[in-house]
Design a binder for this molecule. Structure first.
Ligand SMILES: C[S@@+](CC[C@H](N)C(=O)[O-])C[C@H]1O[C@@H](n2cnc3c(N)ncnc32)[C@H](O)[C@@H]1O
Length: 209
């Protein structure tokens, strides 16, 4: 089990993860009209929240892990004092234009239906939900037994869990899109085509109907 600080240092020192984070933040910031508020769902140690706040968006942060929250409170101390990062104990405590969930937050869920229902009460009509999830088609994982053992299940049902991976689930995008309806529709999926096999993370952009 990571402490918040271990996670924070590890992920910031990984150039590959940083490149993914940069791409994700750029998309989120392009989607947010100037001065609008947002929620970072599963905010971890506040790395994205700090960046969104620096770009002029009051950023609500929801994070269930005490270890992550503890480090977030240190890392975003100035922003919390200024009220540009606001911690919430439930996503329902805010109403925002956009919600982000970066780095596999949705992979901790076995099913997303109730999450999307909840987020439909948090996001303004026309707003968005942007998530990065582990890409189940990433060929770099084909060297692992658990990946090969689950390929047929993935093709059939679009979902499987690996018990040894501390409750992490893998989903085909279509399964997440189905859970999102009728509140959200999948507007964009990145990557597509050849990139589907070469990217560890996929980005799913949902629009609030
Ligand atoms: C890999 S970390 C990513 C943290 C952060 N989003 C980032 O970009 O660094 C996954 C996060 O999902 C959070 N998480 C796990 N289950 C969750 C749930 N049911 N609701 C919200 N967040 C959850 C974990 O506590 C953890 O902080």
């Amino acid at each position: 089990m990571h402490t918040g600080e271990q996670y924070h240092k590890f992920i910031l020192n990984s150039p590959r993860d940083q490149a993914v984070r940069d791409r994700f933040q750029k998309i989120a910031l392009e989607l947010l009209p100037a001065g609008t508020d947002m929620l970072d769902f599963g905010a971890g140690t506040g790395i994205d929240a700090k960046a969104y706040a620096a770009s002029g968006h009051v950023t609500f942060v929801y994070e269930p892990s005490e270890a992550m929250r503890g480090y977030l409170a240190q890392y975003c101390r100035d922003e919390i004092d200024r009220g540009t990062v606001v911690t919430v104990t439930s996503p329902l405590a805010c109403k925002v234009q956009g919600v982000t969930a970066n780095f596999a937050v949705l992979n901790y869920f076995a099913d997303h239906s109730s999450l999307f229902e909840e987020l439909s009460r948090v996001i303004h009509h026309g707003g968005f939900f942007l998530a990065s999830m582990l890409n189940p088609y990433y060929l770099g994982d084909a060297r692992y037994h658990w990946w090969r053992a689950n390929v047929m299940k993935l093709m059939r049902s679009g979902h499987y869990a690996v018990p040894s991976e501390s409750g992490i689930h893998r989903f085909a995008p279509r399964v997440v899109a189905r859970s999102a309806a009728p509140h959200f529709r999948l507007e964009r999926l990145i990557p597509r085509g050849f990139g589907t096999a070469t990217h560890l993370y996929m980005f799913l952009l949902f629009r609030r109907a």
